[in-house]
Design a protein around this ligand. Structure first.
Ligand code: HEC
Length: 181
């Protein structure tokens, strides 16, 4: 019988489809149904403001997510590296992404993870950094984005920074808020 299956293109296609459906159900459909935290926004999180959404659109348009992830993994290296003044960065939870449509988790870590970067730097740091990262970080491979600083009379810059400052803030983990503005 199995020999027949192997040599019949129709059955091979049916078998492949069946395996695909089992995989898809187990990895994408069942978890959403059985785990509420995947579909419920994290407690304390709020919807993005209009300005933050415009900033997120710039983040997507400029492809920041080609180089930057937004996920603190369950690794000590991540929690330490993205921590702040001796406080470890909290590991990312599914509920933090429910309001992100589309999410910008990213896959390549060419640059640092940005999941907890909100509140790390102030406006003028970001402005200088977007204009030319090497002015602040010698040897940085992040490309300059001078148009973000000047386009729309500086409004694009304000929107993008507003979005960046939301990243990771729902967790209220930073020991200080020095760089809120
Ligand atoms: C080609 C890859 C690349 C792209 C594209 C890129 N970055 Fe970066 N980014 C980096 C690297 C590498 C660093 C680390 C060196 C530095 O700070 O300049 C960095 C650093 C940063 C930091 C500081 C992170 C920290 O914790 O110190 C921020 C914020 C940032 N990038 C935001 C952005 C945004 C927003 C965009 C899109 C407009 C963007 N990046 C596009 C590679 C990239």
């Amino acid at each position: 019988m199995f020999h027949k299956l192997d040599f019949n293109a129709g059955w091979v296609a049916v078998g492949a489809l069946l395996f695909f459906l089992v995989g898809a159900t187990l990895t994408t459909i069942l978890p959403q149904m059985s785990e509420a935290s995947w579909t419920t926004p994290l407690e304390g999180s709020r919807a993005y403001s209009e300005q933050e959404l415009r900033g997120k659109a710039i983040y997507q348009r400029e492809g920041c997510w080609y180089c930057h992830t937004q996920q603190i993994r369950t690794l000590e290296a991540d929690t330490k590296r993205y921590g702040w003044r001796g406080v470890d960065a909290p590991i990312s939870l599914p509920g933090e992404y429910v309001r992100d449509a589309p999410h910008v988790l990213g896959t390549r870590r060419a640059g640092p993870d940005l999941a907890r970067v909100g509140g790390k730097y102030d406006k003028s740091w970001h402005k200088t950094h977007f204009n030319n990262p090497r002015d602040l970080v010698p040897g940085s491979v992040m490309p300059p984005f001078p148009w973000i600083v000047t386009d729309n009379g500086g409004q694009d810059l304000k929107n993008l920074i507003a979005y960046i400052q939301t990243l990771g803030r729902t967790r209220d983990w930073r020991p200080d808020d020095d760089y809120e503005e």
